[in-house]
Design a protein around this ligand. Structure first.
Ligand code: TXA
Ligand code: MG
Length: 319
């Protein structure tokens, strides 16, 4: 339902987020589809609703620098840029803080996390009222253009999604995404803040991620050094050996594994996605020979889960 951002409706949206629901909210760039960043299952639900065939990392929206520091390792470049451009359409990619409570899916299993403080007053009220970060991609189905009006969001997601309506977004194009982890600051996605503006604020040149081989622009999310287990990954395991760790799915678990984690005993794909990265890390211990993974259906989020597991298996083979 499309709601005006009255105080009562903001409270309603905050309650929905606290209960693990999704809320679409306006920012100065485009509308976002948000979930509590500390609720892994709610973040998994974002991927389910977007219909993404793979896990792309998500921007964590925060009210400002202090909240960002709960999730990422802050540094001088981040500080310089935040002083000038926050709140506003600039997203900073930083390393996850040790003990960060941010969803692992928001990092797509990697060690970095993107943070941005939006300038829009409705986004700010929502973030302040909630008291934690909101993971949010643009509120469009996978492969569609970003929505700049509440009606666009409703067209894509239907009437059951709570959408806070603040009219048309002022900027209309997405935030600039900048990797500030190393000495060379790199634009991963051009956006409403220009390279010249960034260079002026930093006093140093800024690189732009250029077209790689074949002229195809690699998606920033794909360039991330994603977490790959150290152990070999064996897919479609229907039996398991005594020295293997088992990543199970559903209730029909083969016996005999050294240790077992079950993505979802009831076969729920959203639960499985929410558990994926944490369970892979849990099982990746040097005392086992391999991680055996039970067959997982490719329906719904299964496609993204399988994409991640297939890459984990292939990355290990390649090295
Ligand atoms: O203006 C915006 O940025 C909007 C509003 C809602 O804030 N959000 C948005 O999110 O455009 P999304 O998910 O549609 O695009 C986020 C971009 C993607 O290109 C993603 O790959 C990149 O940011 N990104 C997110 N986290 C990243 C990370 N840890 N490392 C590298 N790239 C990341
Ligand atoms: Mg998008």
């Amino acid at each position: 339902m499309i709601l005006e951002p009255t105080p009562a409706n903001l409270t309603r949206a905050i309650m929905a987020l606290r209960e693990g629901g999704l809320v679409s909210f306006p920012t100065e760039t485009v509308y976002g589809l948000g979930a509590r960043v500390e609720d892994e299952r709610a973040v998994a639900e974002i991927f389910a609703r977007k219909g993404r065939p793979s896990f792309n990392p998500l921007i964590v929206h925060v009210d400002g620098v202090e909240t960002a520091k709960r999730y990422v390792v802050w540094n001088d470049a981040a500080e310089k840029l935040a002083v000038v451009f926050w709140p506003g359409p600039l997203t900073l990619v930083l390393s996850r803080a040790a003990g960060s409570k941010a969803s692992l899916l928001a990092s797509a299993g990697g060690d970095s996390l993107a943070v941005r403080a939006p300038a829009h007053s409705v986004a700010q009220s929502l973030l302040k009222g909630l008291g934690e970060g909101i993971a949010a991609p643009s509120a469009n189905k996978s492969g569609r253009i970003s929505p700049t009006r509440a009606e666009h969001v409703a067209e894509e997601f239907g009437d059951d999604l709570l959408i806070l309506d603040a009219g048309a977004c002022e900027v209309g194009i997405e935030s600039t995404v900048v990797d500030v982890r190393s000495r060379v600051i790199t634009i991963l996605r051009p956006g409403s803040i220009t390279r010249e503006q960034l260079e002026h604020a930093l006093g140093t040149p800024v690189a732009t991620l250029t077209r790689s081989d074949g002229g195809k622009l690699a998606s920033p999310g794909m360039l991330e050094s994603h977490y790959a287990p150290t152990l070999p990954v064996r897919l479609n395991a229907t039996t398991v050996e005594a020295n293997e760790a088992l990543l199970a799915f559903s209730g029909n678990v083969p016996s005999g594994a050294a240790t077992v984690r079950n993505l979802s005993p009831s076969g729920d794909m959203v639960e499985a996605a929410a558990n994926l990265f944490a369970m892979l890390r849990d099982l990746d211990q040097p005392q086992w020979k391999a991680i055996a993974v039970m067959p997982i259906p490719s329906t719904g989020l299964g496609e993204a889960i399988l994409d991640r597991l297939q890459r984990a298996a292939a990355e290990r083979k390649a090295s």
